[in-house]
Design a protein around this ligand. Structure first.
Ligand code: C5P
Length: 220
């Protein structure tokens, strides 16, 4: 394998997708948002009337779901032929997704799709288990984090800019709960890979974080 693989993991609101997109553009690599895939499964379960706690049924729909990330500038997300790009960002999905993502069969299926994406060429992939599990041989592993306060603030602003006016306290509480679920689950929990570079982005500008990652990529 000669093509570059960059893994970016970390908790919610650390700026992973913003940074990953820019790094991918700079280095002319594919960008793969693995969180969008888990969100698509949560969306499918909720809209099919399947209780999120029913591991067997949720696993079943994950096996047949056609989740497609398009690589255009718009970065559309498709699930079974339906454009779910906007819908998967709704707070109900954010609240349900970590439950779905804890199911081993759901993860197996999505990890397979993620590795298939990586086989197409060089990638920047963001998620929770990319450096530890999906691409253990990645050339560069970044664990992006920031203070809980700043991460909640970023997410709150993002939602407000998307026209969703949700109280800050609610955003912070939901985020905390989701991070706890992601960290405490048995299968591929959120944790830095032993060889990951940990970047605390509290107070940093996006362009500085991107520059640091590009520097690390060149170094390797
Ligand atoms: O990245 P994003 O916040 O959209 O991810 C949504 C959720 O999907 C995470 O909170 C986590 O539960 C799950 N996820 C995961 N493994 C990944 C990416 C996302 O478990 N690689």
């Amino acid at each position: 394998r000669h093509e570059l693989q960059i893994a970016i993991d970390g908790p919610a609101g650390a700026g992973k997708s913003t940074v990953a997109k820019l790094v991918a553009k700079q280095l002319n690599l594919f960008y793969v948002d693995t969180g969008a895939m888990y969100r698509a499964i949560a969306y499918k379960a909720l809209t099919s009337g399947i209780p999120i706690n029913d591991e067997e049924k949720v696993s079943q729909i994950a096996q047949t779901a056609q989740v497609v990330l398009d690589h255009s500038e718009e970065r559309l997300v498709w699930c079974d032929g339906q454009n779910v790009t906007q819908a998967i960002r709704n707070p109900e999905i954010s609240r349900a997704v970590a439950t779905v993502a804890a199911y081993s069969k759901v993860r197996e299926r999505l990890v397979e799709l993620q590795r298939r994406e990586a086989a197409r060429g060089g990638v920047v992939m963001d998620g929770r288990d990319i450096g530890t599990h999906v691409l253990p041989g990645a050339d560069l592993k970044i664990f992006l984090t920031a203070s809980a306060e700043e991460r909640a603030k970023r997410r709150w602003i993002e939602l407000r800019n998307a026209g969703k006016d949700i109280p800050f306290e609610e955003v912070a509480r939901d985020m905390q709960r989701r991070d706890r679920q992601d960290t405490e689950r048995e299968v591929s929990p959120l944790e830095p890979a032993p060889d990951a570079k940990i970047l605390d982005t509290t107070g940093l500008k996006v362009e500085d974080i991107v520059a640091e990652i590009l520097r690390l990529a060149q170094e390797g």
